[in-house]
Design a protein around this ligand. Structure first.
Ligand SMILES: [Zn+2]
Length: 235
């Protein structure tokens, strides 16, 4: 009889990993037997999870579609064309694009979840600009103000998910990005007003962010050195 080395659960002969904490258990005296009868079906849980996710995704879609149809019907019956209801539909479509793909997609990668959401936000802002018949603010203001934080968030999540940064390097990267974002916002706003001036108020956010990021980086570096010393001395 084998027991999980992590949580102590008793394992059947058919189990290579602990069914509770998923730690792989290797018992040289009793290697796992793939042919042995399993206490529960292997594919039941993933299928159930997929069905539950699809159910939640469909439920959210219905909840969002109902007010959209209602607004379109009221708007069209009152004015004979679609005016204000397009704002509501756009906003609900935006909420849909940010929530439902997470539940419906089988493989949830950063590119599949995040990028369509950013495109949906840009499309919604374009819809507002088009409906208000004023496209002047869209390219110089809305697009950079959406793309700048989106690129920074994407980069941070990418680095964290790929484990390129870890420990205290994560808050350092987030703080550094926040500082850059404030400078970027000020530059975009200044450019939209008519002239690209040197950043002023954003420095008050940038400097503490950079200082805190450097503190985090030094802790991360110190942690890496301590870990290396411990590893070499077998502590
Ligand atoms: Zn376990």
């Amino acid at each position: 009889m084998s027991y999980c080395v992590h949580c102590g659960v008793e394992l059947e002969r058919s189990e290579k990993c602990c069914p509770l904490c998923h730690v792989e258990v290797i018992n040289p005296l009793q290697p796992y037997d793939e042919q042995a009868a399993r206490p529960y079906p292997r594919l039941l849980d993933p299928i159930n999870e997929r069905i539950n996710r699809r159910f939640v995704g469909t439920l959210i879609s219905i909840i969002l579609a109902f007010p959209a149809f209602l607004c379109v019907a009221i708007n069209f019956s009152m004015t004979g064309r679609l005016t204000w209801s397009l704002y509501v539909c756009g906003a609900l479509a935006l909420v849909w694009s940010w929530s439902v793909p997470y539940f419906l997609l089988r493989r949830r990668t950063l590119n599949r979840i995040f990028l369509p959401g950013v495109l949906a936000l840009l499309a919604f802002l374009l819809l507002i600009a088009w409906l208000s018949q004023d496209l002047s603010w869209y390219l110089p203001l809305a697009m950079p103000l959406v793309l700048l934080p989106a690129i920074l968030v994407y980069l941070n999540v990418f680095l964290i998910l790929r484990r390129l940064i870890r420990g205290f390097a994560i808050p350092a990267s987030i703080l550094f990005s926040t500082g850059l974002l404030t400078v970027g916002i000020e530059l975009v706003l200044a450019w939209h007003k008519g002239g690209l001036t040197a950043p002023f108020w954003s420095f008050f956010a940038l400097i503490p962010c950079l200082a805190a990021a450097l503190v985090c980086l030094s802790i991360a570096r110190r942690q890496a050195i301590l870990d290396e010393i411990k590893r070499r001395l077998h502590l």
